[in-house]
Design a binder for this molecule. Structure first.
Ligand SMILES: *Cc1c(COP(=O)(O)O)cnc(C)c1O
Length: 420
C-alpha cells in the first residue's frame, strides 16, 4: 500500500474505513476538552458505552432476585460463563468447548501449569522468551521451584541475536530441538509485550510437540489483536486477559484455552473447584470431583458476574466486526504509523522501531526505541494529549487499536512527535 503524508489523506482513509462508526461506541478520554490520542489499548482498552448497561442489568437482577439471580433474569449467573463462550471461541480460533472465561491471568497461568508442566528428573526444562512480562517470569520461576528444580538451570530463555531486537523463528526452533528430551514445556507470549513481536505460534507449537513437550502461550497482547487459530495450530493450552484489546475493564476476567485433545483427559492433574464439577450435580454438594468436559472442567469458583458482564459488552462489539476484519484494518493502520515514522526518521535519526516490519510478525503495536532524551520526548507527548506507554529504559509503546483509533490519530501523533 502506498501512503501519503498529509492530514487530508489521513482523513480520507478514515472516511473510507468500513469500521469508522465503531469509535463512537467507546468513551475516548479527554485532554483539554478534546479527544486524546489514545494509544494504550494494549494496556487498558477503552470503555464501551454499552458496558454500563450490561453492568446495570446484573445489579438489577441482584436487586430484584437476590440469590435467585443464579437462575432468574435475562442471564442467570449459574450459566454466566457460557454467554461469552461462542464469541471467545471465534476470536481465539477455538471450539466453544475449548475456552472459558474465569479468574485472572496470572492465576490462570499457574492453574494451567499445574496440568501441563509436569516435570520429572529427565524432562523438566521450560523454554520462554527473555524479558517476558514480569508476572510470567515470576510464575515460571515459582512453578519450577515448587517442583523442586532450580530456575537457573531449568528455565531456558531465548535471546535475540547480537544487534537484533526480536527473535528469529528458526532460532526458537533450533533451541527447542537442542533442549530436546529435557524439554517439558514451551511457554511464551503470543505477541511479546515489549517488542510487539507476534511469534509464529504454529511452528513453535509443532517444534515443541515434536520433541515431546507441551506448548502453551500467554496471549495477553494477542487476544483481540491478532487471529491466533489455537485449535488448528494444535496449541495445548493458552491464557489471556480481557482488559487489554478485549476492553473489559481494569482487572477484567481472564480466559483459558485447553485443546480438545485434552478435553476429557481426567488423568491430567488439576486444582479443582466446584465450578469445574459436573453442573448437573454441582449442587448435590457431594464428595468426589467429576469434571465438566473441556475447559469448563478447569473452573474453580462461581462466576465473577460483574467483570463478566463488562466482558460481554465488549465481546458483543468485537463479534459484530470479527477478528479478521479487525486485523485487516489493523495492518493498514499500523502500516500507516510505520510509514510516517520512517519518513520522519529520514531527517532525524532519533528513533528505531524495534517491532518487526513484517505485518505477519506483529499486531497493532509498534515499540519505538528512542536513542536520546526518550523520557523527555515521552513527557512532551503526554502534555499534548498523546496517551502512550513508557517502558524503561528507553522504549515508547504505541498501539493504534483498529476498533477506536483513527488514521487522523496516527497522523496527529507523528506531527506532535515531529515538533518535540
Ligand atoms: C498484562 C499482562 C499480564 C498481567 O497479568 P494479570 O494477572 O492480569 O495482572 C501478565 N502477563 C502478560 C504477558 C501481560 O501482558
Amino acid at each position: 500500500m502506498t501512503y501519503e503524508s498529509n492530514i487530508d489523506y489521513a482523513r480520507k482513509l478514515d472516511e473510507l474505513d468500513p469500521l469508522k462508526e465503531y469509535r463512537n461506541k467507546f468513551y475516548i478520554p479527554q485532554h483539554q476538552g478534546k479527544d486524546s490520542i489514545y494509544f494504550t489499548g494494549n494496556s487498558l482498552g477503552l470503555q464501551p458505552k454499552s458496558t454500563s448497561t450490561y453492568l446495570q442489568e446484573e445489579l438489577e437482577s441482584w436487586k430484584q432476585h437476590g440469590v435467585e439471580g443464579h437462575f432468574e433474569g435475562k442471564r442467570p449467573w449459574f450459566h454466566y460463563h457460557k454467554f461469552s463462550k461462542e464469541v471467545l471461541a471465534k476470536i481465539m480460533g477455538a471450539k466453544p468447548i475449548e475456552v472459558v472465561a474465569m479468574n485472572n491471568l496470572t492465576s490462570n497461568l499457574h492453574f494451567m501449569m499445574v496440568s501441563f508442566y509436569r516435570p520429572n528428573a529427565q524432562r523438566y526444562k521450560i523454554i520462554t522468551e527473555k524479558g517476558a512480562f514480569p508476572s510470567d517470569q515470576y510464575a515460571l520461576e515459582s512453578q519450577i521451584k515448587f517442583h523442586g528444580f532450580n530456575p537457573e538451570e531449568a528455565l531456558v530463555e531465548l535471546k535475540p541475536r547480537k544487534g537484533e531486537h526480536t527473535l528469529r523463528t528458526e532460532d526458537i526452533i533450533a533451541k527447542i530441538s537442542e533442549v530436546g528430551d529435557e524439554l517439558s514445556l514451551v511457554m511464551m507470549g503470543g505477541v511479546q509485550y515489549y517488542t510487539g513481536q507476534y511469534f509464529d505460534i504454529k511452528s513453535i507449537t509443532k517444534a515443541g510437540q515434536n520433541v515431546g513437550a507441551m506448548v502453551g502461550f500467554d496471549l495477553a497482547h494477542a487476544a483481540g489483536n491478532v487471529p491466533v487459530n489455537l485449535h488448528s495450530n494444535e496449541v495445548d493450552f493458552a491464557v489471556w486477559c480481557s482488559y487489554k484489546y478485549l476492553n473489559s475493564g481494569p482487572g477484567g476476567v481472564s480466559g483459558i484455552f485447553i485443546h480438545e485433545k485434552h478435553a476429557n483427559n481426567t488423568d491430567l492433574p488439576r486444582f479443582a473447584g466446584w465450578w469445574g464439577h459436573d453442573e448437573e450435580q454441582r449442587f448435590f454438594m457431594k464428595k468426589g470431583f467429576i469434571p465438566m468436559k473441556g475447559a469448563d472442567g478447569w473452573q474453580l469458583s462461581n462466576v465473577n458476574v460483574l467483570t463478566s458482564a463488562a466482558h460481554l459488552a465488549s465481546l458483543e462489539i468485537i463479534d459484530k466486526i470479527g477478528i479478521d476484519s479487525l486485523r485487516k484494518k489493523s495492518i493498514i493502520l499500523t502500516g500507516y504509523l510505520e510509514y510516517l515514522l520512517n519518513k520522519l526518521n529520514l531527517d532525524r535519526k532519533v528513533l528505531e522501531i524495534i517491532t518487526p516490519s513484517n505485518p505477519e510478525e506483529r499486531g497493532c503495536q509498534l515499540s519505538l526505541l528512542v536513542n536520546k532524551n526518550g523520557k523527555q520526548i515521552f513527557d512532551k507527548l503526554t502534555q499534548q494529549g498523546v496517551v502512550a506507554d513508557w517502558r524503561e529504559p528507553n522504549v515508547i509503546r504505541i498501539a493504534p487499536v483498529p476498533l477506536y483509533n483513527t488514521f487522523e490519530d496516527v497522523y496527529r501523533f507523528v506531527d506532535i512527535l515531529k515538533s518535540t
